[in-house]
Design a protein around this ligand. Sequence first.
Ligand code: HEC
Length: 142
Amino acid sequence: MRRGASILAAAALAVIASALSAAPKARGTGAGVYTEAQAGEGARVYAVRCAMCHGPGLAGTVETPGLVGKFMANWAGRPLGDLYDYLGRAMPQPSPGSLTAEDNARLVAFLLKANGVAAGTTALPADSAALRRLVLEPVRPR
Ligand code: HEC
């Protein structure tokens, strides 16, 4: 009995270990993870759905946080999936969750661009699990 259980446990561990090593490694956003076109589409969504609170230049207002500067300190080192999920769950106020997955990915691209992260040749996926493998790398303020 005992022995059977420990063999099972060992087998389960081996399955977990192989799943982990097969999982794609996390990448940083410095590699160029969104496109200029995607960020441009995000800018159009931002202008209509976000700018009235966060400001046309993303500087924020007295009641609303800016989305540049301190924003980077808040989100750097975390997976983009966190930001993407947050937008889907909490923004835009007062009707959170009203945007499509594609628009939320466009907004993440726009926020990366606004915070100095360089564009690349592949667009961000509108997929939380995939975005979880991309980690926001801080960019030094210019
Ligand atoms: C009606 C005003 C309003 C609108 C519209 C709005 N927000 Fe917000 N947003 C807020 C407030 C207020 C906060 C502060 C957190 C809170 O109160 O939930 C916030 C927080 C945030 C944060 C977190 C900032 C940080 O540094 O942690 C992000 C990112 C964000 N909003 C993005 C957006 C985006 C993108 C849109 C457009 C789709 C949007 N917001 C629309 C009011 C708004």
